[in-house]
Design a protein around this ligand. Sequence first.
Ligand SMILES: NC(=O)c1ccc[n+]([C@@H]2O[C@H](COP(=O)([O-])OP(=O)(O)OC[C@H]3O[C@@H](n4cnc5c(N)ncnc54)[C@H](O)[C@@H]3O)[C@@H](O)[C@H]2O)c1
Ligand SMILES: [Zn+2]
Length: 352
Amino acid sequence: MIAGSGLLETLAPRIERAIGRLPRRVFVLTSPAIWALWAEQFCASFREPPVTLFLQPGEKYKTMASVERLTREMLRAGADRGSLLIAFGGGIVGDVGGFLAAVFMRGIPYVQVPTTFLSQVDSSVGGKTGVNLPEGKNLVGSFHQPRAVFADIGVLGTLPERELKAGLMESIKAGIIRDRALVRYMEENASAILGRDPKALEKVIAASIRMKAGVVNKDERETGLRMILNLGHTVGHAIEQATRYKALLHGEAVAWGMIAANYIGRKRGTISAAQFDRLERLIYLYGPLPALTLRPARVIAATGADKKNVGGVRRFVLPLGIGDAGVVEDVTPAELEAAVRYMLVRAGESRR
Ligand SMILES: NC(=O)c1ccc[n+]([C@@H]2O[C@H](COP(=O)([O-])OP(=O)(O)OC[C@H]3O[C@@H](n4cnc5c(N)ncnc54)[C@H](O)[C@@H]3O)[C@@H](O)[C@H]2O)c1
Ligand SMILES: [Zn+2]
């Protein structure tokens, strides 16, 4: 895993170093818009340009149908067990590309070159790959580790502001659950980070990756510790589901989810009132978050905590001070409702 500047223009030798030698057939999965912006830099270091495969942007193409089409395109272009796939794009390209590499002829090596902030700090690390079904997101997939990840800070230059800010919410999460120094750095350097100062971005990206890789290394298959990465995600996913994935970007929904989780933490005393204020301020510093109007019952139902489920186990990640978090299974319906109500009041006041 390497994060830094100037990686894109020097990919071929870097990949060669990472995997031994460059295979005869190299494929790159990307989206047309990203390729239009970055193909020249991407291809600069390859003697023979890789075979390009395209995925249109959007969750609606993160499907088995896309994977089937892409495997067939690869076969027609002469791919075999020794081929290499490079996933060059955001989290969608990374998840589809990783899954494609996992199932193509029972598995070929792949490399991630993430191009969104979110994919650089989060989705390209950890080896989770997969696609959506009409029944829900990420329901088919596999654990398939990339052979290398190259996070080039330069490619973030063309990323829309809203995507950058949404991705930064995952770094705030990283700080809250494991890295106090990252929390402080993000508090003190918001203008450099949002101004895309390469040094500042590199610092945040490296710290976020270090945190995730450290947790994943201890618990690759998510049997315990890895769950803390889901801070803000119980309510965040519920918001995404209740708004049919249309109103907010993932990181924005997670931000509202963290606000709800922090609220439960404050009420239980796992964080102090001062820590609660500090975390909320940090989240808003990287806003504004888009406003949200939803009925509390809708969000609560989407957490799987509706009346049918009251006796069931519902896992919740809570902050324990700043830089630590824990998983609890005893959040009561009343606690959840109070937190969701609080969050929705703040979300209703927010400006778009
Ligand atoms: N595997 C994991 O562990 C994991 C973790 C978190 C999220 N994810 C998945 O990641 C996906 C979301 O990823 P995302 O947030 O990166 O969104 P995305 O892949 O949809 O990319 C967002 C948009 O930005 C555009 N884009 C990407 N890079 C660009 C650049 N450098 N310049 C200009 N435009 C650019 C894309 O074309 C797209 O339109 C979800 O499907 C989610 O399930 C996976
Ligand atoms: Zn997330």
